[in-house]
Ligand binder design. Sequence first.
Ligand code: XIL
Length: 459
Amino acid sequence: MNHRRALRAAVTIAVTGALAAAMTMTLTSTASAGTTLRASAAEKGRYFGAAVATGKLSTSAYTTILNREFNSVVAENEMKWDATEPQQGRFSYTGGDRLVSHAQANGMSVRGHALLWYQQQPGWAQNMSGSALRNAAINHVTQVATHFRGKIYAWDVVNEAFADGNSGARRDSNLQRTGNDWIEAAFRAARAADPGAKLCYNDYNTDGINAKSTGIYNMVRDFKSRGVPIDCVGFQSHLGTSLAGDYQANLQRFADLGVDVQITELDVMTGGNQANIYGAVTRACMNVSRCTGITTWGVRDCDSWRGSDNALLFDCNGNKKAAYTNVLNALNAGPAIPTDPPTDPPTDPPTDPPTDPPTDPPAVGCSASVSLNSWTGGFVATVKVTAGSTGTSGWNVGFTLPSGASVTNTWSATASGSTGAVRFANVNYNGRLGAGQVTEFGFQGTGSASGVTPTCTAS
Ligand code: XIL
């Protein structure tokens, strides 16, 4: 497959010592001792995810690992264009809905993948061009993002639109031939359809500062300067036997543009370096405060699209590999995402004035702070829970919502009530916090939550 050949060819820079030297710690380390990927990531305010083939959700050996280790999922194929709109205007959400239900039942967030891509288009779209294709593509974005509205943490709005090699230019495709503005049109349509989802651009062979990643960097910078709604960049990170020494620096330069970054499809070819590369990628994400999570492209080696590469964290029998241990250790050793809301004002949607610091006295039990991302008619609240000096075995956070506000969706917590006095209890994996440890949950709502303050009770 050309795609795989291309990505392997591009992963050529051998790095060992240089990599360690380049991974300068920029944040204070807060060592902890989570024993699963999901718990350890959550303690640091991040997620750890896996791509899921929904057909495997009925295999208990598979779901046991998925539910124990991961708190985020992405559909390996079920939310792609060919799956969701097999005939023009006839939408099919069976696989995607099944994954969302599984996620909601198990305290997992969902990445949506992918609204527009030059591959895995339905036959009818492959045969279209010009304004007919543009209209069909934007309608697809609108319909699919509307169907999943409120259930998606981040959407890959556009996948793999840049060319490999040294041009730094867009890839030729039927979508690209509808006009260079197809990507921004897609982002605007996605924002209108689901204002609560983070909107990402996602690509591969971007694992360091190179011509392709720089082309994307320039596009993101341009989008931010013109107010095109983009919130995040996904780095697929289908890796070979070495890792670019500037992998972290590349993530950081995107973060410095004011977008989140995520490792979205991580898998690493077997070889002496596999475990080291997994550890280095995890450390790089932890060292970038806007790197919000990591997803591996599958669960066990035999689930991987990379066939005999044995590219994942669990072997075919479900045993943890050396790479798993390195990832877990890196999550536990890494810094937490700083509790303050980001300081650079997002250009869209309009944000509320900064919330006051929590007024509670220093917590014996726990304290909570909220950061709001609001737009006309809705909001997403991200809530940080910090354990007091005795730690927690569970927590409960209350808000009094203004009249007219209503909670429509919650992640990493269980909500009771949707209007007025609402409460959020920990889920099974994030209730137990050591002294000073931090975890995060979120909820989306309609109306305005401007000015709300949380109160935290520990048990
Ligand atoms: C792959 C899936 O894993 C395969 O099952 C499918 O046959 C082809 O697509 N980049 C992407 C993913 O963004 O959607 C691809 O997933 C892997 C490369």
